[in-house]
Design a protein around this ligand. Structure first.
Ligand code: PLP
Length: 421
């Protein structure tokens, strides 16, 4: 028996009160603030049980029935269940549930579909794309020749003619559909037609909209794409993690790319939570949730427009919207800060053709996945729009922020979060 053994059964508060205290403060922040970050939501408590479970102790490199470790008889059943549920939920030929994050999932799809030096056509980062779609400092920008498409200056929607022209000119090996900050429906059939015309492979990154796709509130990219990548922690309300779907023809290559190509062992507590996330997302209640997320986003966007704000592209079809804050003579950076002081958590975000730097921006990205997971509906969207309007219309006025903060805390307390934690 060593001194270390005594830690095995001791609670966190006795072993590391400093971290325990900060987790407690973060729980309080999540409970009392209005969460409008479009890439976040709340996970059901059962999934947190899985994430904090003894599955963390197990190594299981390889795939079910072909593991490189002993003792995998239970964890491989968990992985099989997760794979089958992902395939059924999204109607895919094949699923790999091992990728640790969305960026890694993209890496897995790209490594399977392309060689270093090949050309990839993806959405411009300053108009909605993600870092892993070609940022110069990201592995994508360093390994591939990136060509970027954007939105039309007038409509602020994806310019499919531009995508087609760029594809014809550059003959990319891969075309990426999907975005981090695009409020409109994406026409996957159109993307596939463009890809087919130039012999490219279509990789759709549905990280943001996966929950809407699962719940039938957004068209599915699966029938149109050779690869579909996604995180599980955004609108899907699952654990921090990811997965890749692909057509049968790429199944073996994809699995080889994930392991041993890119990762070692899967993080099994996350795989278990992904399995339960897919189970919940297949239930009728999730359809209702997904529809309400979209309804809440449309209501919030409309309520902000009624108060004189400009919403990029004139509205939203999904869970997020981009608010142009220039009419209030402030920047996205200031807007994020003062809303934070008022108990509303958002993130600054470039709007299309933004004259400001990425760390400043002229916009805010707002999403409704988290507030909807808490149970809020259209009435609450009106209250939130009102608070946003008051705070952003009086950026110098601390009293306005203080009053808004009290109102938002009261609103939050009417929708209790993790009451038994
Ligand atoms: N893809 C898209 C479209 C995203 O929005 C994000 C994250 O915001 C990612 C991929 C990356 O996910 P992760 O942070 O898990 O690497």
């Amino acid at each position: 028996m060593t001194q270390f053994n005594k830690h095995m059964d001791a609670p966190l508060r006795t072993i590391d009160p400093e971290i325990d205290g900060l987790i407690g403060k973060e729980l309080d922040r999540q409970r009392t603030h209005i969460e409008l970050i479009a890439s976040e939501s709340f996970v059901p408590r059962a999934l947190m049980e899985e994430m904090g479970s003894i599955l963390t102790n197990k190594y299981a490199e390889g795939y079910p029935h072909k593991k490189y470790y002993g003792g995998c008889e239970f964890v491989e059943q968990i992985e099989e269940i997760a794979i089958e549920r992902a395939k059924t939920l999204f109607g895919a030929d094949h699923a790999n549930v091992q990728p640790h994050s969305g960026s890694t999932a993209n890496q897995c799809a790209y490594f399977t579909a392309m060689n270093p030096g090949d050309t990839m056509l993806a959405m411009r980062l300053d108009q909605g794309g993600h870092l892993s779609h070609g940022h110069p400092l990201n592995f994508t920008g360093r390994m591939y020749r990136i060509v970027a498409y954007g939105v039309n200056r007038e409509t602020e929607r994806i310019d499919y003619d531009d995508v087609a022209n760029l594809a014809r000119e550059h003959r990319p090996k891969v075309i990426v559909a999907g975005a981090s900050a695009y409020p409109r429906k994406i026409d996957f059939a159109r993307f596939r037609a463009i890809a087919d015309e130039v012999g490219a492979i279509l990789v759709t990154d549905m990280a943001h909209i996966a929950g809407l796709v699962a719940g039938g509130a957004h068209d599915s990219p699966v029938p149109h794409s050779q690869f579909v990548t996604s995180t599980t922690h955004k609108t899907l309300c699952g654990p921090r993690g990811a997965f890749v779907l692909c057509t049968e023809e790429y199944a073996k290559d994809l699995d080889r790319t994930v392991f041993p190509g890119i990762q070692g062992g899967p993080i099994l507590q996350m795989v278990a939570a992904k399995a339960t996330c897919f189970k919940l997302a297949a239930e009728p209640a999730f359809k209702e949730y997904a529809r309400q997320v979209v309804r809440n986003a449309a209501t919030l966007s409309g309520a902000l427009q009624d108060r004189g704000f400009r919403i990029v592209s004139g509205g939203t079809d999904n869970h997020l919207m981009l608010l142009d804050v220039r009419p209030k003579s402030i920047t996205g950076k200031i807007a994020e800060k003062i809303l934070g002081e008022a108990g509303i958590t958002t993130n600054k975000n470039a709007i299309p053709f933004d004259p400001e730097k990425p760390m400043v921006t002229s916009g805010l990205r707002l999403g409704t996945a988290a507030v909807t997971a808490r149970g809020m509906g259209v009435d609450q969207m009106g209250e939130i729009a009102d608070a946003i309007d008051r705070v952003l219309s009086a950026p110098e006025d601390e009293t306005v922020r203080k009053n808004a903060r009290a109102k938002m805390a009261e609103l939050a307390s009417s929708f209790p979060l993790y009451a038994n934690l």
